[in-house]
Structures are given as structure tokens and as C-alpha cells.
Design a protein around this ligand. Structure first.
Ligand SMILES: [Zn+2]
Length: 298
């Protein structure tokens, strides 16, 4: 009787203790896995226009994709004070994806981020560039931003009505070392709908025009070597042609880059930024605190 009770006791206890130790093993395992993950995470933020909420008229104020200048300034200031490395598209490609170049001692172990602006809005020149100058004067740090540009919609010389910036304005930011100028297709067309010859034309003409604008300033030909799909849209065929003319390509899918897992240089994820996101939320994104979906875990 007593023996039976004892064995019953043991039998009922066993299953309780075993899952507990198993849970512990799982917790330790996933903690290690997560640490590994955050180490190879690079947030790439995707902005569009920048508005000055104090000076804006109602007309230019509207639009979800315009981000307030004051909030952007707060984010950039935070990143400077926390000694972030502002990556260019070529930095990401050679140091982290291809690993064809070794990271210098100065940059090793630094937190990394990429800040990108699509479509070449004039407000990048009128509202972002002055912030970049101001921060450089204040902190002696130059913030590098990536501009994905459609040369087909660049403003003509002396045009006052265009909502886009022009070649001269691009050149100013490039010359000062603030802009990394890359391609977003010639005319911002959805590439997935185009016949092959038009697709190739969108890709090639954009590269030619952007390089023409910066020719004398861009000795190493860093301009238009990387690409962002208009509307983030691509197919296997689009990707195939883009990879013939560009080294890497960016999506717009609100996912965070885990470069330790990235297999395809033509599917680099970017985080979407719109008016709904406060500078505090962007700082969280910069810290890499963004849910990683199963596809990105490896
Ligand atoms: Zn776009």
C-alpha cells in the first residue's frame, strides 16, 4: 500500500518537473538565438517628403507620407548622440552583405542605421538639408542619407512649381557629403507591368541620367549603383533585370534587415515611415526593437 502510494507520488511528480527543466532549456536557447539576431540587425528607415509643420500651408501639410521636420531632427540628434554609423548603400553592401571590405577600427562595434528618402521631393532640399547642416555645425558629425531618385521627375532648372528637387540641388547635398544618390527607376513606373524593353529602359536610363548629373563629382561612380523598386513592387523577371544593372535592391515592406539571414541582395527590407510614427517610435525602430517575422528568422 505504502509502496504503491510512493510510486504513484513519483509518477505524478515526474511529468511536472521534466517540462519545467525543458522550458528552462528553451528559454536559454531562445535568449542566445535572440542575442545573435539583434547583433546582425540593421534598421533601414524609408521616408518620403519632409514638412515644416510650423511654416506649411494646408496644401503641403496634408499627406501621410510627409514626415515632420521637428520629429526627424529629434531622431537624428538621438542617433548622433548615441554614436550611430549612418550607412550608405555601398557601406551596407561591402561591409555587411558581401563582406568584401573589412570594417575599420573606428567603425567596428558601432550601432548602425540607414536613413533613406524616396522620390526626390523638393522638401528634402528645403527642410532636410538645413537640418543636416545645422547638426553638422552643432556636433561636428555628418549625417549620411540615401536618396532614391527618379531622374524623369527631377525639376527643370529655375522651375518654381515642381514638387521635386532638381539636379543642382542634388549636387549640393552630394558635394557636401550628405547625400548618397541611388536609383528609383526613370519614371517611378510599376516595373511588374512593363514589357521587357521598357523595363530595361527604366533601369538603364535612370542610371545614365543620375550619373550624368553628378559625373564630375562622383569619381568612384557610387551614384546609381543600387536600386529601390518603385512601390516596392517586383517579380522574378524584374529582379533578374535589376540585378544585371545594380548591385543591390531595396523593398518597402516594413520589415527589419537581419543581414545574417539575408540570402538575396535584391530583397533588402526597409521599415516604412509615415506621419503616424512619433520620433519616439522611430528611436525604438533604430534600436532594432521591431518584431521579426518567421521568414526573417534563420
Ligand atoms: Zn517611390
Amino acid at each position: 500500500m505504502t509502496n504503491n502510494n510512493d510510486s504513484n507520488f513519483l509518477n505524478t511528480q515526474k511529468p511536472k518537473t521534466f517540462p519545467f527543466s525543458l522550458t528552462l532549456v528553451f528559454i536559454i536557447f531562445f535568449t542566445i538565438l535572440n542575442i545573435g539576431n539583434t547583433e546582425s540587425i540593421i534598421p533601414i528607415l524609408g521616408f518620403h517628403g519632409i514638412i515644416d509643420t510650423k511654416a506649411s500651408t494646408l496644401r503641403s501639410y496634408k499627406g501621410e507620407m510627409n514626415y515632420p521636420r521637428e520629429d526627424l531632427e529629434k531622431l537624428l540628434e538621438y542617433l548622433i548622440l548615441n554614436d550611430y554609423w549612418f550607412l550608405s548603400t555601398q557601406d551596407l553592401y561591402s561591409f555587411f552583405l558581401k563582406k568584401s571590405q573589412k570594417i575599420s577600427a573606428e567603425h567596428r562595434n558601432k550601432k548602425t542605421i540607414m536613413i533613406s528618402f524616396d522620390d526626390g521631393y523638393k522638401t528634402v532640399h528645403t527642410n532636410l538639408l538645413p537640418v543636416l547642416y545645422k547638426l553638422e555645425n552643432k556636433y561636428r558629425r555628418r549625417v549620411k542619407v540615401v536618396l532614391f531618385i527618379n531622374p524623369g521627375s527631377l525639376a527643370r532648372k529655375n522651375s518654381v512649381n515642381s514638387v521635386h528637387l532638381g539636379c543642382q540641388e542634388l549636387r549640393e547635398g552630394f558635394k557636401k557629403g550628405f547625400y548618397d544618390i541611388q536609383s528609383h527607376g526613370m519614371n517611378h513606373k510599376n516595373l511588374t507591368n512593363l514589357p521587357r524593353h521598357q523595363l530595361v529602359n527604366e533601369l538603364l536610363q535612370a542610371r545614365t541620367e543620375l550619373r550624368k548629373c553628378t559625373q564630375d563629382l562622383d569619381i568612384e561612380q557610387t551614384v546609381a549603383s543600387h536600386f529601390a523598386y518603385p512601390y516596392g513592387a517586383y517579380t522574378k523577371q524584374v529582379k533578374y533585370y535589376v540585378s544585371k544593372y545594380y548591385l543591390s535592391s531595396y523593398l518597402y515592406n516594413d520589415q527589419i534587415l537581419n543581414y545574417g539571414c539575408l540570402k538575396d541582395y535584391h530583397e533588402i527590407p526597409r521599415l516604412m515611415v509615415n506621419r503616424q510614427k512619433s520620433s519616439k517610435q522611430l528611436i525604438e525602430m533604430a534600436k532594432g526593437l521591431h518584431p521579426i517575422n518567421n521568414k526573417e528568422k534563420c
